[in-house]
Design a protein around this ligand. Structure first.
Ligand code: PPE
Length: 307
């Protein structure tokens, strides 16, 4: 992942140069992690750049803000337009979009409502999240010793910056243990999600994924895969998943804006299925890329064209 420092950033309604998009070290967010954010992708399509599920991402951003009592100065429509404007001004065909809303500079102290809310939209090229080969060959993951937050500790449905301290612990542990990524369990010991992805498994032709109550971020890619699977007449079960079911599954894969649809070839050094990308994963991955890259008709209305 490389930033293009010649780029422009949307900062509180103004377009500023990359180097001028700065905040003070005493900003509330620096001390207490008071931010909510999104990760969105814009794909190059035959009809020009298109943002995947913009409306749903903006909705989730506003929902995350609501949970933390953040009153955004813009409407979802204005914010969506700002995303499109930022892509346009940066003249990007394809990019990752990172809106972030945070509590800024004013005063410190845990009570946050006396600090101004700052809104930022940055865009840059972000290639394959888990490496170039990941989408074809799959990744090796380990079940983390770190659990996802219990429901009465931190709200997992908010995409809050502070939740990613938990993700960082799991991710670092997985890398130090020689894996590509971590899968975390929830407070009950049931499968939850990856450090930055949702998880699916295929067993006897049925697609399984943990429910929202398993302490996870309800991913927009996860929702898209469920929709696509339904259209492919696959049976889908959103039910709690015990850890060992991961080992016994025929196929396991991760979904996320950054990770897209990434097969898993081993978990805790146990080979999954054939150890290669499975048939169902292949079919869902292909269908997903056909839709996002505009290779097929956008019958779901998931693409917003930049122009
Ligand atoms: N769970 C977590 C914890 C998560 O961070 C993501 C996205 C998902 C599930 C999948 O959600 P969705 O993108 O709506 O399908 N992770 C974002 C941030 C990754 C990062 O490293 O930063 C992303 O994929 O953009």
């Amino acid at each position: 992942m490389a930033f293009d420092e010649a780029g422009k950033i949307w900062f509180n309604g103004k377009i500023v140069d990359w180097k001028d998009a700065n905040i003070h070290v005493l900003s509330h967010v620096v001390h207490y992690g008071s931010s909510v954010f999104e990760g969105i992708r814009c794909y190059s399509t035959p009809r020009g750049p298109a943002v995947f599920r913009l409306k749903e991402h903006v909705k989730r951003l506003f929902n995350s803000a609501k949970i933390y009592r953040m009153d955004i100065d813009y409407s979802p429509e204005e914010f969506s337009q700002a995303v499109l404007d930022t892509i346009k001004i940066n003249e990007l065909e394809e990019c990752y979009i990172r809106p972030v809303i945070f509590r800024g500079y004013g005063q410190l102290g845990v009570y946050p409502l006396k600090t101004p809310l700052e809104c930022v939209i940055a865009v840059w090229g972000w290639g394959k999240y888990l490496g170039e080969e990941a989408l074809e060959k799959g990744v090796d993951v380990g079940v983390s010793s770190w659990r996802r937050m219990a429901p009465d500790t931190m709200p997992n449905m908010a995409k809050a910056g502070s939740n990613y301290m938990n993700s960082q612990l799991a991710k670092m542990e997985s890398i130090f243990n020689g894996y590509d990524e971590a899968i975390m369990l929830d407070y009950q010991g049931m499968v939850s999600e990856g450090s930055g992805e949702n998880v699916f498994l295929v067993m006897d032709g049925v697609l399984h994924t943990p429910p929202a109550a398993s302490s996870l971020l309800p991913g927009i890619t996860r929702n898209s895969i469920i929709e696509l699977a339904r259209d492919l007449d696959l049976e889908i079960r959103e039910e709690q998943i015990p850890r060992e079911m991961l080992y016994l599954a025929d196929e396991v894969f991760l979904t996320g804006t950054a990770a897209e649809v990434t097969p898993i070839r081993s978990i805790d050094k146990i080979s999954i299925g054939t150890g290669k990308k499975g048939e169902v994963t292949e079919k869902l991955q292909k269908t997903f890329f056909d839709v996002v890259e505009g290779g097929v008709d956008d019958k779901y209305g998931w693409l917003t064209f930049v122009e």
